[in-house]
Design a protein around this ligand. Structure first.
Ligand code: ADP
Ligand code: MG
Length: 233
């Protein structure tokens, strides 16, 4: 089971707008994937489709080589695709206990995951007292409670200050080093270069490149690759 996710000729239309067009890529176990592209390039739509929250128009995707239904497969997927949303007047610990009840997973891992995201010493603070970076880190801890095969993050550093951005990136690298596959949507080339081993680059829903990040600059030679150029794609 080395294929975590296979996407084949995926297309999504919103009325006359084609948000994702004929997109194919494969996510293999143990790597860190970026979906890179400017705002509106179809990153979130792609994640929404494979997470069953957006209906596809055409094409296919399959989890874990199609060995289980999408519904079953998604139990082994951790995803953060929205702003972290927990009960503001409950502590971090109380919130994670509630998540365990809702997802029907053991509470045994709560402290380990809080430690991983650097929040163990703040576990008894109310969620409303957390900074945005801490909220995002709590969301990561929450998504890891059932030890998923893959962690999916949509623009996890958006809106954070430089220290918060650094912390999140380091946590993602730590999670990856423990063997969890990562799929990260970002509009930042430097984020993908710092965190990811592989990348799928989208422009207006169309794939421009997929492959290893370290061969990106040679393979993608039609212009000098800089963050400003990603924004202009
Ligand atoms: P990204 O995450 O790369 O910024 P999105 O996947 O959110 O891009 O959006 C891709 C395109 O699809 C954009 O043009 C966006 O406006 C459009 N879009 C996304 N969601 C909807 C929706 N629910 N209804 C209509 N258009 C949408
Ligand atoms: Mg998006």
């Amino acid at each position: 089971m080395d294929h975590i996710l296979t996407v084949q000729n995926l297309t999504k239309k919103f009325g006359y707008l084609t948000a994702v067009k004929d997109l194919s890529f494969t996510i293999e176990k143990g790597n860190v994937y970026g979906i890179l592209g400017p705002n509106g390039s179809g990153k979130s739509t792609t994640l929404g489709i494979v997470l069953n929250v957006v209906n596809k128009t055409n094409g296919e995707f399959s989890w874990f080589d199609g060995t289980t239904s999408t519904h079953e497969a998604l139990k082994k997927v951790g995803a953060i695709i929205e702003r972290p949303n927990f009960y503001p007047y409950m502590t971090a610990l109380q919130n994670l206990k509630l998540v365990c009840k809702i997802k029907d997973v053991s509470e045994d891992k709560i402290e380990e995951k809080l430690e991983l995201v650097g929040l163990l010493d703040r576990k008894n603070s109310k969620f409303r007292t957390y900074s945005l970076g801490m909220k995002q880190r709590l969301a990561i801890a929450s998504a890891l409670l059932n030890d998923p095969e893959i962690l999916i993050l949509d623009e996890p550093t958006n809106g954070l200050d430089p220290q918060g951005i650094h912390q999140i990136r380091e946590i993602i690298k730590t999670i990856a080093a423990k063997g969890t596959t990562i799929l990260l949507a970002s509009h930042l080339l430097d984020e993908v270069e710092k965190v990811c081993t592989h990348v799928v680059i989208l422009r207006k829903g169309v794939k421009l490149y997929s492959g290893r990040v370290d061969s990106l600059k040679t393979s993608f030679g039609f212009f000098e690759l800089k963050s400003s150029n990603i924004a202009a794609l």
